[in-house]
Design a protein around this ligand. Structure first.
Ligand code: BES
Ligand code: ZN
Length: 857
């Protein structure tokens, strides 16, 4: 299929929108008028076509402006082509290339699917209240007004909203004028925006309150939330938001161009956050931090989300990709920049370690799957746009590639290139090559030649290093998790090695180099700067690494990445999985939180074998129990004065592993702390909340399940709700799981934005996996109806594939998902899922013996 999406911008170039909207939350409808000033180019025809979706355009006027003056054309017919997502205004006269002004009146519906214009629900004084908000990325502006809904079609916007009195109103720019109309409705106009893409336009209407501050340069920064939330839950976000703007102004060397920036927590929100220019929207959990009740990990999440969206104010908003195939220009950059900024704002957090864990592992693991997409991917149908937002690829891998590029060019040249890029393309659109040009100029490197193979090709190489006394052979081959090799694709691989023996870049498939005698074993990809894994062939090389590990002369990021490589190489058949587990012996007194997160991941992989042999459960638990003993003792249950943020997080990881291992002391303490919490909810470290709630659920402590369900339904704290979800979904009782599942479609209790996570967690829980799967099968129509337009829709085949470990589950998956291959949005993840499961089933089968013997000894 080589069909491509028809691009309207080639014929119509909008310059300005004069947009007025009157939403009515009661009838869930809106009406509007828009005047679009545009330039028609290309061949003349008798119609003008705009994007729209489910709107009814009722009347239209077309006025031509040229040197000779103004002339109104005769509108013959308005054709709302719903299936094509467009509206055609047919005129009696020819529409020649010229300037036009098009007036359209239209009506539309406010729908609940969290795109276009949609309602958010929240309770204030036990009364349900509604707030109206917009979500226009990727192509939902057309749900609210007829427009040229393509990122390249930048225009200025002057928005007027007609609303009932007494509400707060926010849009991209400050309020310009507010007047009360004769019917006591309020008309609010916002200042005209700079030229920008339609997907970045936004507004929010409702009962909200805020706190504010000003940046050094005088930009107004505000954080908003519904009136049910306490204002002090906004303090943390305000500090981060303000300092983020200051950081990026300095880092990019380009000032933030708007007068203000608002950040709003919305009770209903499909993704994590959205970077609308000057009006960033969030799900509550990604913005609100309740003093004393928010964990370090939650604060890190909030900070990275805020810096991510703030970086988009430059990457994405000021300079925008020409078309969605270069989405990575937005998201890969924001992925990298969120860490760059957080590292500057909170140096004590060691956030680059989290970058390796969160982005590095996710990118490598996903990118090793056959069928995965490249960072830069063409799209052939609008429905494919949402599938581009693969968090492991366009975010994690793209972010890792830019990180690699930054390391390769050096920070100085990288920053200078970015400043040039923003200056040259401000308010414009670009492709990757524009960026490569700027970075090439600042660094003197052939950046396009270096980066394009990484962006255009799916996958990454495994670099083999075969070193003997006299020589070393370094080779590259496409790494696939099923052990197959592909078409011989190559990458320019920066070797990031020490000494002078090897060149900076490996561009060929293989390179053999003579070594002077006594050369130490070479280490490649130091600090894991590159997006690839290394396979050291000689056993002596392995021994050397283990020596280094034991002597603690390997940095944190390399320590965790060595474990990851061992695991990935094992799964691909290069060595038995038991060998990867044996490597753990070299981590005997590990105390890094990041490395422990990797260890926990490795253990979760070993746990998969229990699905094949239940006898393994006991020895695995015993092993895990002994593994965490020292750290559990060092950390204890209570936060120590001046302890590092890493230790706060590590405590939760270690104690959770201990609880998994059913270490009696840990189980008892968790149970006790659960009782303490019930007596006094102030009495619990938020970092340990899901653990302390989860243990009683797993053990069916009387009343625990009911208590937590009630707490979940009553609290307004989305972070607490999420911890309760983690705990409740740990149940081992299928009947309790069924109760949880029966609540998923009940929107007042569990918002559609969260239902997905409940289901995924229950699917991951092997005790209740069957009921969860059955629910998925039985309720697929609801899932489709609720999420089909959402970018989370293709999560279902993706996360379902991740839980299948046996032939029986492979069959279930195939039976259910294979018939859905025809669905454009699901196809890729089903194809990947099928091979992924096949690979995993074979791997578990192949390595069961090796794992058995590891845990026996
Ligand atoms: N632009 C995206 C959000 C988005 C993407 C909305 C596609 C609708 C369609 C935003 O910048 C983003 O990337 N959000 C992330 C969170 C971020 C911190 C990784 C998200 O929502 O997952
Ligand atoms: Zn983003």
């Amino acid at each position: 299929m080589t069909k491509s999406v028809h691009r309207f911008y080639t014929e119509l170039k909008p310059l300005h929108y004069e947009l007025q909207l009157t939403p009515d939350a009661k009838s869930m409808t809106f009406s509007g008028t828009v005047v679009i000033r545009l330039k028609k180019t290309g061949r003349p025809s008798q119609r003008l076509t705009f994007h729209q979706n489910e709107l009814k355009v009722e009347s239209a006027r077309v006025i031509k402006h040229d040197k000779k003056g103004s002339q109104e054309l005769t509108v013959q017919r308005i054709n709302n082509q719903d299936t094509l997502n467009e509206v055609r205004v047919h005129t009696a006269e020819m529409v020649y290339a010229s300037n036009y002004e098009v007036h359209l009146n239209f009506k539309g519906k406010i729908t609940r699917d969290m795109t276009g214009l949609y309602p958010c629900f929240f309770n204030a004084q036990k009364k349900e209240q509604v707030l109206l908000a917009t979500q226009f990325e990727s192509h939902y502006a057309r749900d609210v007004f007829p427009c040229i809904d393509e990122p390249e079609a930048k225009a200025t916007f002057h928005l007027t909203l007609i609303t009932p009195p007494g509400l707060e109103l926010l849009s991209n720019t400050p309020i310009e004028k507010q007047t009360t109309l004769p019917d006591s409705m309020v008309s609010t106009s916002f200042e005209t925006t700079p030229p920008m893409s339609t997907y970045l336009l936004a507004f929010v209407i409702g009962n909200m309150h805020n706190i504010s501050s000003k940046t050094k340069r005088g930009t107004d920064v505000s954080i908003w939330t519904t009136t049910t939330q306490p204002l002090n839950a906004l303090d943390f976000a305000l500090d981060v938001a303000k300092r983020s703007i200051e950081f990026f102004e300095d880092y990019f060397g380009v000032p933030y161009p708007l007068a203000k920036i608002d950040h709003v927590a919305l009770p209903d929100f499909s993704s994590g956050a959205m970077e609308n220019w000057g009006l960033v929207t969030y799900r509550e959990r990604a913005l609100l931090a309740y003093p004393g009740k928010t964990s370090q990990s939650a604060r890190e999440l909030i900070a990275t989300v805020i810096t991510h969206e703030t970086s988009h104010q430059w990457f994405g908003n000021l300079v925008t990709m020409r078309w969605w195939d270069d989405l990575w220009l937005n998201e890969s950059f924001a992925d990298l920049m969120e860490y760059q900024a957080v590292d500057a704002l909170f140096p004590e957090w060691q956030i680059w370690e989290s970058f390796s864990i969160s982005e590095g592992l996710s990118a490598l693991r996903r990118d090793a799957m056959p069928g995965v997409q490249a960072v830069k991917t063409n799209i052939h149908h609008p429905d494919e746009i949402s599938t581009l937002f693969d968090s492991s690829i366009v975010y994690a891998k793209g972010g890792r590639l830019l990180f690699m590029l930054k390391a390769y060019l050096g920070e100085e040249a990288f920053r200078r290139g970015l400043t040039d890029y923003f200056t040259a393309h401000a308010y414009g659109n670009t492709t990757g090559n524009d960026l490569w040009k700027a970075l090439g100029k600042s660094s003197g490197h052939d950046v396009a030649g270096f980066m394009n193979p990484w962006l255009d090709q799916a996958g990454f190489p495994v670099i083999s290093v075969d070193q003997t006394e006299q020589s070393v052979t370094v080779g590259q081959a496409h790494f696939l998790e099923n052990g197959e090799t592909s078409d011989g694709r190559l990458w320019p691989v920066p070797l990031f090695t020490d000494g002078k023996s090897l060149p900076d870049l490996l561009t060929k498939a293989e390179l053999k180099i003579r070594l002077s005698t006594g050369t130490r074993p070479l280490l490649l990809n130091q600090n894991t700067l590159g997006h690839y894994i290394v396979n050291y062939i000689q056993p002596t090389h392995h021994d050397y690494l283990i020596e280094l590990l034991k002597a603690k002369s390997v940095g944190v990021i390399d320590r965790l990445m060595l474990l990851n490589s061992a695991s990935m190489l094992a799964k691909a058949g290069h060595q038995p999985f038991g060998e990867a587990l044996k490597l753990l012996a070299a981590y005997a007194d590990e105390s890094s939180e990041s490395v422990w997160t990797m260890i926990a991941l490795l253990i979760s992989e070993a746990v998969r074998f229990i699905d094949l042999d239940e006898q393994l459960e006991k020895p695995i638990k015993a092993y895990v129990g002994s593994l965490v003993k020292n750290e559990a003792k060092r950390l204890g249950w209570d936060e120590q004065a001046d302890e590092s943020s890493a230790d706060q997080k590590l405590r939760a990881t270690i104690l959770s592993l201990g609880a998994y291992a059913e270490e009696q002391a840990i189980v008892n303490e968790a149970t006790k702390r659960f009782a303490d919490y019930q007596a006094d909810p102030e009495n619990l470290n938020a970092e340990l909340r899901s653990l302390v709630f989860g243990v009683p659920v797993k053990n069916k402590l009387k009343g625990a399940f009911q208590y937590l369900v009630k707490l979940h339904d009553e609290t307004n704290n989305a972070d607490l709700k999420s911890d309760i979800m983690s705990a409740l979904t740990m149940t081992k009782d299928p009947a309790e799981a069924a109760i949880l599942l029966s609540r998923l479609k009940n929107a007042p209790i569990i918002k559609p934005q969260d239902a997905e996570y409940w289901l995924i967690l229950l699917l991951r829980n092997r005790y209740v996996r069957n009921v969860a799967w059955q629910w998925l099968v039985d309720n697929w129509q609801w899932i489709e109806k609720t999420y089909a337009r959402d970018k989370s829709y293709d999560d279902y085949p993706r996360y379902a594939a991740a839980i299948c470990n046996t032939k029986a589950w492979a069959e279930k998956y195939t039976q259910f998902f294979k018939p859905k291959l025809g669905e454009i949005t699901l196809r890729r993840n089903i194809v990947i899922g099928l091979t992924e499961i096949d690979t995993r089933v074979k791997w578990l089968d192949r390595d069961l013996g090796s794992v058995r013997s590891f845990f026996k000894s």
